[in-house]
Design a protein around this ligand. Structure first.
Ligand SMILES: Nc1ncnc2c1ncn2[C@@H]1O[C@H](COP(=O)(O)OP(=O)(O)OP(=O)(O)O)[C@@H](O)[C@H]1O
Ligand SMILES: [Mg+2]
Length: 209
């Protein structure tokens, strides 16, 4: 059976694309799935994460890179070998993003919880719609009980943008583990592991729906 492709995309830089890509990858690994990550961002953060992980021993997952025109081929290859293929993308929405979106069973759009980030979200949701692929927003750096969290939540609802219930809090654990080639769950249990588990569960439910 062919694996599922999840693309993480958002025009806004630093919204948490790479963070969500690696933490989903590690969450799926821990569920016993076979996982590959594909870096299509010339910044190469996902690749650096993987190489750091590899220095620490068997990374437990497969890694590849592709530029826009090679994404289709690479995804095809990886989805035959793995249950989950997670694609990280550069912070822009243009024709180069289209091949990755087209391959996707689900597009995950991180929104660092702020109005500016929300403004940047429309373009990727539009492109997802044009490629007829399902897309969902995930709120990142979420601070429960703050005015901005409430405002962004309300604005998403009003705009009819689909979002996941799971949110990722603003936690140093994400920044630290990213630099160490790990996922937050590999740091032990805490609020961080609960929220990543919830995110992975919801993403899988969407894929199976
Ligand atoms: N929930 C979070 N809590 C704390 N720090 C976070 C969180 N999410 C991301 N970060 C940090 O914010 C920075 C940007 O995150 P990340 O690299 O995942 O964003 P990105 O969307 O991939 O950026 P780019 O657009 O440059 O590719 C990183 O230093 C990361 O560790
Ligand atoms: Mg990135």
């Amino acid at each position: 059976m062919a694996g599922k492709v999840i693309t993480v995309a958002q025009q806004k830089g630093g919204s948490g694309k790479t963070t969500i890509a690696v933490n989903l990858a590690v969450a799926f690994l821990r569920e016993g799935l076979s996982v590959a990550v594909l870096d299509t961002d010339p910044q190469g953060s996902l690749g650096r994460w993987f190489m750091t992980r590899r220095e620490g021993g068997d990374p437990g997952l497969d890694f590849s890179t592709a530029s826009a025109w090679g994404v289709g081929y690479e995804c095809d290859k990886l989805r035959k070998l793995h249950d989950m293929v997670i694609v990280d993308t550069p912070p822009k929405v243009d024709s180069d993003l289209r091949p990755a979106l087209r391959e996707s069973d689900l597009i995950v759009v991180p929104v660092a919880t702020s109005q500016v980030d929300l403004w940047a979200t429309e373009s990727v949701l539009d492109l997802a719609e044009r490629t007829r692929r399902p897309a969902v927003v995930v709120l990142n750096r979420y601070k429960a009980g703050t005015r901005v969290a409430d405002d962004v939540g309300a604005a998403l609802e009003e705009a009819g943008m689909p979002r996941l219930t799971a949110v990722l809090g603003n936690r140093i654990a994400y920044a630290e583990t990213l630099g160490q080639g790990r996922g937050v769950q590999e740091r032990g249990r805490g609020a961080w592991s609960d929220e990543v588990e919830a995110l992975a569960r919801e993403v899988r439910a969407r894929l199976e729906a």
